[in-house]
Ligand binder design. Structure first.
Ligand code: NAD
Length: 253
């Protein structure tokens, strides 16, 4: 199998494509042949990802959208469909960190749930409809090790990511018999803009995570997640349905 053409003729929808894991995955999809609808709330960053893809010889479009709102999420999916004709692979990955405030702030909790959980659900509503019409499709959602353990993340982030894992599994059961595969990925601590935000004032936290990564002893790279997303999206994973895959250097052991 030639991995460089594995996704030729396919269309991928990647959210959070302006940075980190989303950008790495958008690039990897494009390099392996897919046309990529890059979606992000940050317009310049999203356009930069499209430039990077085009410079690498790939095809992509930029869609600027706040996915925490149902209307704009719907418009983003509709725009991807009208620009590219179909969505074969969705990677719902846009996200923000949670709040470590004590006592926790309800407005902030609602925001985290809106972006990290509802954003995935809003997009899936319209992606699933399109894929049912197409008769096939794959969806990978970004959860976190905080989606399978209560001991690593902020309260709101943990709740949102558990929601992503649960919704993905239930959707796999509901739509698996109709040609759609749904899985989620659970990254450990990955070097991206998100961890950069906390690295300075939480150096200690980073050290603890590094120490607890028993296999590598290091943080992961965005490409480690991208590789797993592409595999789960590919026909090679045709029998994998409804899993929440930890990609964490062994952290969750
Ligand atoms: P990142 O900050 O580098 O990228 C997140 C992207 O999402 C940004 O480009 C941002 O503009 C976009 N985004 C944020 N809110 C949005 C909204 N409302 N609508 C559309 N786009 C929005 O972070 P990352 O580390 O690449 O995170 C990607 C995903 O991985 C997130 O869901 C995050 O929770 C998850 N994750 C990250 C880590 C890690 O250690 N980096 C670990 C576990 C899970």
């Amino acid at each position: 199998m030639d991995l460089n053409t594995e996704f030729s003729g396919r269309v991928a929808f990647v959210s959070g494509a302006g940075s980190g894991i989303g950008r790495a995955t958008a690039l990897m999809f494009a390099v392996r042949g897919a046309t990529v609808a890059c979606v992000d709330i940050a317009g310049d960053a999203c356009a930069e990802t499209v430039d990077m893809i085009e410079q690498a010889g790939g095809e992509a479009s930029a869609i600027v959208a706040d996915l925490s709102k149902p209307d704009t999420a719907e418009k983003a999916v509709v725009q991807a469909l009208s620009t590219h004709g179909r969505i074969d692979h969705a990677f719902n990955n846009a996200g923000i960190t949670g709040s470590h405030e004590d006592p926790f702030d309800l407005e902030r909790v609602e925001k985290t749930i809106a972006v990290d959980l509802m954003g995935v659900i809003y997009c899936m509503k319209h992606q699933v409809a399109a894929m049912l019409e197409q008769g096939r499709g794959t969806i990978v959602n970004t959860a976190s090790i905080a989606g399978i353990s209560g001991s690593v993340g902020a309260l709101d982030y943990t709740a949102a990511k558990h929601g992503v894992v649960g919704f993905s599994g239930a959707a796999a059961r509901k739509y698996g018999g109709r040609g759609i595969r749904v899985n989620s990925v659970c990254p450990g601590v990955i070097r991206t803009g998100m961890t950069g935000e906390v690295e300075d004032d939480a150096r200690q936290l980073k050290e603890i995570f590094s120490r607890l990564s028993p296999i590598t002893g290091e943080l992961g790279d965005a490409e480690d997640i991208a590789e797993a997303v592409l595999f789960l999206s590919s026909d090679r994973a045709k029998f994998i349905q409804g899993v929440a895959l930890p990609i964490d250097g062994g952290f969750s052991i």
